[in-house]
Design a protein around this ligand. Structure first.
Ligand code: NAD
Ligand code: UDP
Length: 320
């Protein structure tokens, strides 16, 4: 068995959800480091285009598979990212979403136990629900509606965290849990439905920019490259299992975000206000003290720079 915490060693690594926005960037990083990567994805919100440049690489393998069904692979590490992340996509088939989180976690953990692999869970700031503690620290238990339209995602991810800690305590499985705060960047789908891609695509097409509610709700936006660096640092250290927050503490209202996108794209698009979705968290901002302390990690790309790079991507992706 290879020492799975030594990045200089070539490992065989499974990434579930590897053809998605974040998963495909993680594939790039790990292939770039010389590892063998198995990318497992059912292509629900992922796409072949995200990994097309890797398909001829002998160290890369794509497997079309659903994490709800068990899978086998002799691997040293597993990153579990399979799950739609955008509210319209995870609410499209809510039962499927919760199955993906819960059964996907069980299948990853069972495999990790059998082959003695370290396993990483892409959890989320949604475990804090509509938070009453601000900024959010990892010891906050959250304020989640168990019955609402977001619950399939939030409770699925919370249950996955529980399973990870239970396999760790009961079976000594080596786990790492990251709580990701809103992350954006190239390779998001134009019809993803999350706010950054929506605003940019609307601005580039000259369509109305759709703010839900008054636009006073806040989010903290992390550029994908910072997040992937955080993933690698958490996975390849021996001090902590997590959960650990990874996100950019810069906090913006949706109105401020819309104004920045309008300025950077120089669009003539107008802001319109639509109904606020049910249970939409009013505020969100990570406390990243633990990531700084244990991983020596903090974000380096601030919002305007990340937006500029994402706008350039969508211009090219959409041929605008
Ligand atoms: P994404 O939708 O682009 O990627 C998810 C990937 O999982 C897609 O490729 C999809 O096809 C695949 N997938 C979905 N269900 C599957 C199933 N049943 N079997 C196999 N594959 C399946 O989203 P993303 O932004 O890249 O998110 C990746 C992970 O990070 C998700 O688990 C998400 O919950 C988590 N996360 C992301 C953010 C963010 O802001 N980007 C925030 C919090 C958590
Ligand atoms: N939002 C918005 N317009 C959109 C899409 C989203 O105003 O076109 C808002 C949404 O109501 C939420 C915030 O932007 O308050 C972030 O939404 P997103 O779906 O990106 O992520 P999440 O709510 O899961 O953090």
């Amino acid at each position: 068995m290879l020492e799975s915490n030594d990045v200089s060693v070539t490992m065989r690594i499974l990434i579930t959800g590897g053809a998605g926005f974040l998963g495909s960037h993680l594939c790039d990083r790990l292939i770039g480091e010389g590892h063998e990567v198995i990318c497992l994805d059912n292509l629900f919100t992922g796409r072949r285009k995200n990994i097309a440049h890797l398909l001829d690489n002998p160290n890369f393998e794509f497997v079309r598979h659903d994490v709800i069904d068990p899978f086998k692979a002799e691997v040293d590490q597993i990153y579990n990212l399979a799950c739609p992340a955008s509210p319209p996509h995870y609410q499209y088939n809510a039962i499927k979403t919760i199955k993906t989180s819960v059964m996907g976690a069980i299948n990853c953990l069972g495999l990790a136990k059998r082959v003695n692999a370290r396993v990483f869970q892409a959890s989320t700031s949604e475990v804090y629900g509509d938070p009453l503690v601000h900024p959010q620290t990892e010891d906050y238990w959250g304020n989640v509606n168990t019955l609402g339209v977001r619950s399939c995602y939030d409770e699925g991810k919370r249950c996955a965290e529980t399973l990870f800690m239970d396999y760790h305590r009961q079976n000594d499985v080596e786990v790492r849990i990251v709580r990701i705060f809103n992350t954006y960047g190239p390779r998001m789908l134009a019809d993803d439905g999350r706010v950054v891609s929506n605003f940019i695509v609307q601005a580039l097409r000259g369509d109305d920019i759709t703010i839900y509610g008054e636009g006073n709700q806040t989010r903290s936006f992390c550029f994908y490259s910072d997040l992937i660096e955080g993933f690698a640092r958490l996975m390849n250290q021996d001090e902590v299992t997590g959960p650990i927050n990874i996100g950019n503490p810069g906090e913006f209202t949706m109105l401020e975000l819309a104004e920045k996108v309008i300025k950077l794209t120089k669009t003539k698009s107008k802001i319109i206000h639509l109904e606020m979705p049910q249970d939409d968290p009013k505020q969100r901002k990570p406390d990243i003290s633990l990531a700084k302390k244990h991983l020596d990690w903090e974000p380096t790309v601030q919002l305007e720079e990340g937006l500029e790079r994402t706008i350039a991507y969508f211009k090219s992706d959409l041929g605008l």
